[in-house]
Design a protein around this ligand. Structure first.
Ligand SMILES: NC(=O)c1ccc[n+]([C@@H]2O[C@H](COP(=O)([O-])OP(=O)(O)OC[C@H]3O[C@@H](n4cnc5c(N)ncnc54)[C@H](OP(=O)(O)O)[C@@H]3O)[C@@H](O)[C@H]2O)c1
Length: 356
């Protein structure tokens, strides 16, 4: 059955794969675009990723603008959407509270209001740190009473991007609960390239890590042997998002999209180094020492790393049995994360490094 979907962030990395997947399944996909004149480019990319260009349309707008800056005609058209996928976000390190809140928190609330007004299911993309309750408590958030959070302190502690994603999550849940809207939240780990092609976009955190290894800037493994950077491949993530969107049992649910088989960081770097014929680092450097070093601007520039990025390297493990059961019940197979990492490294080396 073909349904109408509205996607924010459809031009981004995960968004492109989502739009390709939805359109390949025969759905009509309307994408919020700050630059709708780039629709042809997006359609070409969607076709490369296996989607159907003819089912993809642009909706001019901006998360930062009132009512998303939609024209009355587009607003009317969007009423047909059965599902609203909200992926749009200002993703960068070093954002101020104002910059990140304007897009990531206020934008999310605008998208949620639109979904609620027209009875669409909202599928919101959070982040895996929202499922790490120890981490939330450490930075001053109690998920059971998130409205009590002193947000400026959280922004100071974890930086604008991460804090605004956390704030957006709780603000959107509150809004949907107050208005009686349908919401499903998917929390991805750091996203790895496509499991078969390795496709990933420049600017993604994993690309930065691979680039640093290739350029010889990663001479020690951050953290200890227990530290890992949980990953999920973009194709597995998108499949989980789409089945969650159409599964009535997923209304009001949150789903963690993370591959528990992701090796520890040292082994992850071994997997990345292998297809490129590089020597991976063997010794560890403590995260505390690394953060101190990164507070020295020339060192930070040389290492091409921001302290905020290190917060995603953790020791917490997650019980993924229920999610894997959910995936299986929908016929979704989890790709091999080590192979996916190797494909991603090869893709980054040929497509991102050569151009960069
Ligand atoms: N990638 C990861 O590892 C990861 C992990 C966990 C969660 N997430 C979450 O997943 C979502 C998608 O991530 P991604 O990696 O695909 O992001 P991305 O590649 O950086 O793409 C961001 C998207 O947001 C759009 N956007 C930014 N500001 C906007 C605005 N003011 N109005 C409208 N659209 C705007 C961009 O559009 P333009 O083309 O106009 O710039 C782009 O389509 C985000 O919510 C992110 O926080 C990502």
């Amino acid at each position: 059955m073909s349904v109408e979907c509205f996607v924010t962030g459809g031009t981004g990395f995960i968004g492109q794969h989502l739009v390709a997947h939805l359109s390949a399944k025969g759905h009509t996909v309307r994408v919020l675009m700050r630059r709708p004149e780039r629709l042809t480019e997006l359609r070409e990319q969607v076709v490369k990723l296996g989607g159907s260009a003819a089912r993809v349309f642009a909706v001019a707008g901006d998360l930062e603008r009132d009512n998303l800056g939609l024209s009355p005609a587009d607003r009317e058209q969007l009423r047909q959407a059965r599902v609203v996928f909200h992926l749009g976000a200002h993703f960068a390190w070093g954002l101020s509270l104002e910059q990140s809140r304007a897009v990531n928190v206020e934008g999310a609330k605008r998208v949620a209001l639109l979904a609620v007004e027209q009875n669409s299911r909202l599928v919101m993309i959070g982040g895996y740190m929202l499922k790490n309750h120890e981490h939330l408590q450490r930075i001053g958030i109690d998920p059971r009473s998130a409205q009590q959070t002193h947000w400026p302190a959280v922004y100071r502690r974890v930086g604008g991007y991460e804090a605004s994603k956390l704030e957006a999550h709780f603000a959107t849940l509150e809004l949907m609960s107050a208005k009686g809207g349908e919401i499903t939240v998917v929390h991805p780990a750091t996203v790895c390239g496509h499991s078969r092609t390795g496709h990933i976009l420049d600017g993604q955190p994993l690309v930065e890590l691979i680039r640093n290894l290739i350029q010889g800037k990663l001479t020690a493994v951050p953290g200890t042997a227990k530290h890992w950077l949980p990953l999920v491949t973009v194709d597995y993530l998108v499949e989980l998002m789409v089945v969650s969107a159409f599964d009535p049992a997923m209304v009001g649910q949150e789903l963690l999209a993370l591959d528990e088989q992701t090796p520890n960081l040292r082994e992850l770097l071994v997997q990345v180094a292998q297809p490129l014929g590089l020597k991976p680092p063997r010794h560890h450097i403590s995260l505390r020492v690394l953060k101190l070093l990164l507070s020295i601007p020339p060192v930070a520039r040389f290492m091409n790393t921001k302290p905020e990025a290190l917060d995603f390297i953790q020791t917490t493990r997650f019980d993924m049995a229920a999610v894997e059961q959910f995936a299986k019940s929908h016929g979704i197979a989890k790709p091999d994360i080590r192979q996916s990492l190797q494909h991603t490294a090869t893709f980054v080396n040929s497509s991102c490094i050569a151009k960069g």
